[in-house]
Design a binder for this molecule. Sequence first.
Ligand SMILES: *[C@@H]1O[C@H](CO)[C@@H](O)[C@H](O)[C@H]1NC(C)=O
Length: 198
Amino acid sequence: MRFSALSIAVLTLVGAHSPALTKRTSPSLSLTDADAIPAFNLPTLISTENVEANTHNIEAIRATLALYPLAIDGKNFDSLSRIFAQNAVANYSAPLNVLTPLSTIQSVLKSSLNPVTTQHSFGTQLIDILSHDSAFSVTYYTATHFGRGTFGGKTATAFGQYQDVWKKQQDGKWKITHRNLIYMGPLIGDLTIFTFTE
Ligand SMILES: *[C@@H]1O[C@H](CO)[C@@H](O)[C@H](O)[C@H]1NC(C)=O
């Protein structure tokens, strides 16, 4: 059961954003574990209950998320193990599509970003603790890709959001078990930079 570890968290989310349901404990069965949350529903998704008690967990997740741009932009793909669980499933949308497990996330991101250097910047972010060991976050990002070699000076910029399901691990660390990367606009710039080879 690939999704068993996150099914409770996701089913809780599904309950929260279904217009017909007001209780997080009443999951809708119309969506599967892997579905992204529609943008229209995101503003009403995040709970405001019990915020004080969750501050420590929220900050632990925020700090872990902050490692992601550092890992990618620093091309330290091994360090993605600090962010994603070993069995994580990440839907990076086309052309990368679904990447799993962690070792595939690492190798595919490494090879697809090899032609460029990058800067990933986080913007709007909400982190919601769902239970003692499950959480959901949505984080807007802008990712600028810089051409190398003959493509120096050229850029391509992506605008999107990460929707992440988190599970507190046995060692107490929060890790992403499921990610949906959703593009929020077209890739702007010069896509030929991705054809660079050394
Ligand atoms: C991956 O995400 C994209 C964009 O949200 C979606 O269209 C696609 O159906 C997803 N793929 C899977 C296998 O869930």
